[in-house]
Design a protein around this ligand. Structure first.
Ligand code: GDP
Length: 530
């Protein structure tokens, strides 16, 4: 990648990223400050509704109905200095991790937010592992430094040990809790002082000529200054210096310390994302690598949201542009169906409002309203046949059978279930024996959300019931071996919404038995969507 020509300026200035965090670490607050400094909102507090709503189940359902909020927050674009930031939201609840995984296929960087008092938490670790699978560069923000936090070295050690990644301090906190004054910017030799009086104001930033600059003593009490000098000396000895190449390959993360609620450290973080990148990355397709600078437009669907507008029953497919310069009205090839598709009203998500996108570049996320043609994993191109890879579908961890409590509506239920399966909201399996459907999800809350959506959006009352099965595996292998397995195990076999064969299991033993008896067959817990 080192000897590629520079990207066209419009592409090079794009930064497409997601925020990963354990609930409560400050993702919503940080998002809000990003938007504030990006000029996308006038006042902090506007995305608050979302953060609060996520907390309880009933509020969550309401949120799902109120598609306006969750949609505009799915992907947000804003400018910061010379950069165009595309922030793609990851669903906060752990039950929606599959959605999160897919979201991470559409970004080039992740910002990992950790709480300075709590360090690396369970959800942080899980999300981090997904980033690692994709070698995604990670920028770390250690939040809530205005409260009692852990010792700075301890926090850094914990990240290094827990996540097995080198951590390079980009800033160093001065004091903590009530005595937190700000940070020393190690990359630019600047002193950043926090303004506690005005939470939306950006910190005062003073240019300092190294740690011996007498100006430091004018702003910091002697004890804190002595401690800062000592700690930074130690840090420079013990911790690796920031190395951009290692950051880009995903083996080193720069860490900024701050307090999102006080707007402190956020701008430095944004500067860091802008300055160190990465720029829109090449995307992998089964056929070849797709370079962002290629002239023809290509992109892939990583998320579908249905019924955002109850009056129109439309869906929006979120597309990550992999290459080219997209202009509104373009006719693109929908690779899966081989049909042309005129993209006449794509949307860009500018904070609170959806806006018609007149143009977009590689790296951007656009929303394409459609009536169900676009599915997760689908490719759009100017004619080339491409299948983007790496968009996973995971075996569900919970299975239930579903039926309509109104027998007259059983037919419609199939249609509704298929729509949700295409949207990626659930896995739907049609067993080869018997009637009805089995629905698979990753987290139990999804059953409730589905039941509520099926009722609200399709007017079908449904009941989920326990199923004898606990897990599902996609069956792969030579055709006759698969057929043999299918014929001898009908009670375990079902078909998913794409028509692929799925083996439903009760026990790990079922899987072991198949692997023993059908050595040519592979049972897979994931399937590529392409
Ligand atoms: P999320 O669940 O990760 O989206 O977290 P939120 O942004 O909703 O924040 C969780 C709680 O932490 C809220 O009560 C915030 O007001 C609070 N919070 C966020 N950032 C800071 C910070 O820098 N300092 C302090 N003291 N509290 C913060």
């Amino acid at each position: 990648m080192t000897n590629r020509a520079p990207l066209p300026a419009e592409i090079a200035r794009r930064r497409t990223f997601a925020i990963i965090a354990h609930p409560d670490a400050g993702k919503t607050t940080l998002t809000e400050k990003f938007l504030l400094f990006g000029g996308a909102i006038q006042m902090a507090g506007q995305v608050r509704a979302k953060g609060e709503a996520r907390r309880t189940r009933s509020d969550f359902m309401k949120l799902e109905q109120d598609r306006g909020i969750s949609v505009s927050a799915s992907a947000m674009s804003f400018d910061f200095k010379q950069f165009r930031f595309n922030l793609v939201d990851t669903p906060g609840h752990s039950d929606f991790s599959e959605d999160t995984y897919r979201t991470l296929t559409a970004v080039d960087t992740a910002v990992m937010v950790i709480d300075g008092a709590k360090g690396v938490e369970s959800q942080t670790r899980k999300l981090f592992e997904v980033c690692r699978l994709r070698d995604l560069p990670i920028v770390t923000f250690c939040n809530k430094m205005d409260r009692e936090a852990r010792d700075t070295f301890e926090i850094i050690d914990e990240i290094q040990e827990n996540l097995a990644i080198d951590v390079a301090p980009a800033s160093w906190p001065i004091g903590q809790g009530r005595d937190f004054l700000g940070c020393y910017d190690l990359l630019h030799d600047r002193l950043e002082l926090m303004d506690r009086a005005d939470r939306n104001r950006v910190a005062e930033s003073l240019k300092i000529e190294g740690l011996d600059d007498p100006k430091l003593a004018e702003h910091l009490p002697a004890d804190l200054l002595a401690k800062l000098r000592e700690e930074i000396e130690m840090a420079r000895e013990l911790l690796p210096a920031f190395d951009r190449a290692r950051f880009l390959e995903g083996t080193m993360t720069p860490i900024w310390f701050g307090s999102a609620i006080n707007s402190f450290g956020v701008k430095e973080l944004m500067d860091g994302i802008g300055e160190y990148g990465p720029e829109p990355e090449p995307q992998k397709a089964a056929e070849r690598m797709v370079m962002p600078e290629e002239k023809p437009v290509t992109g892939f669907v990583f998320k579908v949201q249905a019924n955002m507008d109850p009056k129109h029953r439309d869906r929006v497919a979120f597309v990550r542009l992999a290459s080219g310069h997209f202009e509104r009205g373009m006719k693109l090839l929908h690779v899966r169906t081989k049909k042309p598709m005129a993209v006449s009203s794509p949307v860009l998500f500018l904070a609170a409002d959806r806006e018609l996108a007149e143009e977009a570049w590689a790296g951007d996320i656009i929303g394409i309203p459609n009536h169900g043609q676009l599915r997760i994993g689908d490719a759009l191109t100017e004619g080339e046949v491409l299948h983007f890879t790496g968009i996973p579908s995971f075996a569900p961890e919970l299975l239930q059978s579903v039926r309509s409590t109104d027998p007259m509506k059983a037919k419609h239920l199939e249609k509704a279930l298929m729509q949700f399966a295409e949207e990626g909201a659930a896995k739907v399996f049609k067993p080869s024996i018997g009637s009805g459907f089995i629905v698979g999800v990753v987290g139990a809350l999804q059953f409730d959300v589905l039941a509520s959506r099926i009722e609200i959006e399709y007017g079908i009352p449904v009941r989920f019931e326990p199923s004898q099965f606990t897990s599902a595996r996609w069956v792969q292998g030579p055709k006759d071996a698969v057929e043999k397995l299918v014929n001898a195990n009908k009670q375990h076999i079902s078909i998913d919404h794409d028509g692929d064969v799925v083996f439903l299991t009760r026990l790990q033993w079922d899987i072991d038995r198949v692997l023993r008896d059908y050595p040519e067959v592979k049972l897979s817990a994931t399937k590529e969507m392409m």
